[in-house]
Design a protein around this ligand. Structure first.
Ligand code: SAH
Length: 344
């Protein structure tokens, strides 16, 4: 069994290099090829001798994401990829263009175990975790294909990042490394459905990334209806963890709140949410629910969306309504992998 060299962090790679009896400067050289230039074969490492390339390829492989399908939105240039992995599994990524640069939304697992009722990612079942190198390869493949540099990363694609904690941490450290893509921690956002013990673990890493919580309800009764994870860690525990996180890291926490008609978009819900979040250093992202055919989600009316935002703002809670990007290319994650699995 060959080892995945791209899923090692800088220190781990260095240990391997030393163990192989190679000179120390090779670590930086090889690390740059893998992480800064995103090569997919050892033969592309042109400042390394043929013998060494052969030796490396006998011991290691380089994880990769092949473009299986690509969709470009005609409305806003959003690009969505369906990537094929070494074992024939698929994940999705979305590239969004903003005034300040390009943001990629990456997947962290093949499928998801969390079972949120409105989400497409669970429908095709959970297969496996992504390796750190596979998460990073989504950036390299997209950058090469579009000839761009990505400045921001959101872990909001398929999967629950805190359910693949170690690989996700390694990915964050590798994309942040100055010998790699050198993306600032401040430009990295991790979104979770609320795995409370892992929020505390993340807090103790003390990284200046942005934490986002998929809240979607103001109380346990409504949240448990759509998010099974809430039966394990209720809303009070989730918000307590966020408060601790803010205290320790001094970073503002974001809450995602998907508005579903008559489920969680009433005046009472907005009022209750305001009370829950009162006094917190936080921001609420209101998202009109995306239609996923089998899920039967019904979007809130414009009137309800604006009323919800106004109630929050009037109660001193920072809130914005998220602009929809890539609506013509099924840009919300999970949808392409599902279709592809039906064909298989
Ligand atoms: N598992 C993590 C990462 C996925 S992020 C998490 O739950 O946060 C993807 C975001 O899109 C989550 O906030 C999720 O709740 C939301 N989402 C999923 N399906 C959606 C849909 N049909 N419409 C709008 N948002 C959706």
């Amino acid at each position: 069994m060959k080892k995945d060299i791209k899923s090692l962090d800088f220190d781990e790679l260095h240990n391997e290099i030393v163990t192989l009896g190679l000179p120390k400067f090779r670590t930086k050289q090889i690390y740059e090829w893998l992480h800064k230039y995103g090569v997919s074969s050892f033969d592309e490492m042109t400042n390394i001798s043929k013998e060494l390339r052969k030796k490396l390829s006998d011991i290691y492989f380089i994880s990769n994401c092949e473009i299986e399908q690509k969709y470009v939105s005609k409305i806003d240039e959003t690009v969505k990829y369906l990537f094929r992995l070494y074992d024939g599994e698929y994940v999705e990524s979305v590239i969004m263009k903003y005034k300040y640069g390009y943001t990629i939304c990456v997947s962290s697992q093949v499928g998801c175990k969390m079972g949120c009722t409105f989400c497409a990612s669970t429908l095709a079942g959970f297969k496996r975790n992504l390796e750190a190198g596979e998460i990073e390869s989504q950036l390299h493949s997209a950058q090469k294909d579009l000839d761009i540099r990505i400045s921001n990363v959101v872990l909001m694609g398929i999967g629950e990042p805190l359910d693949n904690y170690e690989n996700v941490m390694k990915f964050i450290h590798n994309v942040n490394n100055e010998n790699g893509l050198n993306i600032s921690m401040r430009n990295i956002t991790l979104s979770t459905c609320g795995i409370v013990p892992k929020i505390y673990d993340l807090m103790n890493e003390d990284l200046p990334i942005t934490l986002t919580i998929s809240l979607h309800a103001p109380n346990d009764i409504i949240r448990s209806r759509t998010m099974p994870v809430n039966n394990k860690w209720g809303i009070t525990e989730v918000i307590k963890a966020c408060k601790e996180y803010i205290k320790k890291t001094n970073r503002r926490v974001s809450f995602e709140y998907t508005l579903i008609n008559n489920v969680n978009d009433t005046y009472e819900c907005a009022k209750e949410l305001s009370q829950r979040l009162s006094g917190m250093l936080c921001h609420v992202n209101l998202i009109p629910v995306n239609d996923v055919a089998e899920r039967g989600n019904v979007k809130s009316s414009e009137e309800n969306i604006h009323r919800f935002a106004d109630v929050l703002k009037n109660n001193g809670i920072n809130a914005t309504i998220r602009r929809t990007l890539g609506s013509d290319i099924n840009a919300s994650c999970g949808q392409l992998r599902r279709k592809r699995n039906e064909v298989k």
